[in-house]
Design a protein around this ligand. Structure first.
Ligand code: MG
Length: 172
């Protein structure tokens, strides 16, 4: 396995610890955020005030916030109903073609984007393939949907390997 494919640009415990000013300082203007276990547990159908406020905080600082999920349309649209955000569902991460098409359609420059997610094999692999900087966060909960569970075990080993080899660069 080529571990370089899975090295995030940065790591941080949680998206909720990210200050919009630090995003802007690094010249990012668009956040492409994963949904499940990055913003919320998949069992929560609607966003909490904490999630709403965090997204609003990014937006008030002029950062576009886009929710990019591998989950189904219904899950993503139900969750984001009252959020003023663009969404992509069934993104098929780590495959890049759906995201490429989306960025082109909305005239978004890759260099201004930051991908945030909790999974190496989907979120970070996608980021590296499409060459967008990324932030790996810790999963918010240990609740995963079936299609994620089988991946987590492999991922744990890889996380340890990357950590042991000092491949993680803290977001501060
Ligand atoms: Mg996730």
């Amino acid at each position: 396995m080529n571990i370089n494919k899975y090295i995030p640009t940065y790591v941080i415990d949680s998206i909720f610890k990210m200050d919009p000013k630090d995003v802007l300082k690094r010249q990012y203007k668009v956040i492409l955020s994963d949904l499940d276990n990055t913003l919320d547990c998949y069992l929560n159908e609607r966003p909490s005030d904490e999630v709403k406020n965090k997204i609003k905080q990014f937006q008030e600082n002029g950062i576009k916030f886009i929710i990019t999920s591998n989950n189904f349309k219904k899950r993503v649209l139900t969750y984001t109903k009252d959020l003023n955000v663009k969404t992509i569902w069934l993104l098929l991460k780590p495959y890049t073609f759906r995201l490429k098409r989306f960025l082109k359609k909305h005239h978004i420059n890759k260099d201004e984007c930051l991908i945030i997610g909790d999974q190496l094999f989907t979120d970070i692999a996608l980021a590296n393939k499409i060459k967008i900087d990324s932030v790996l966060v810790k999963p918010l909960t240990n609740q995963d949907q079936k299609f994620t569970t089988y991946r987590r075990k492999k991922e744990k080993k890889l996380l340890k390997l990357l950590n042991d080899n000092n491949k993680f660069n803290q977001w501060r």
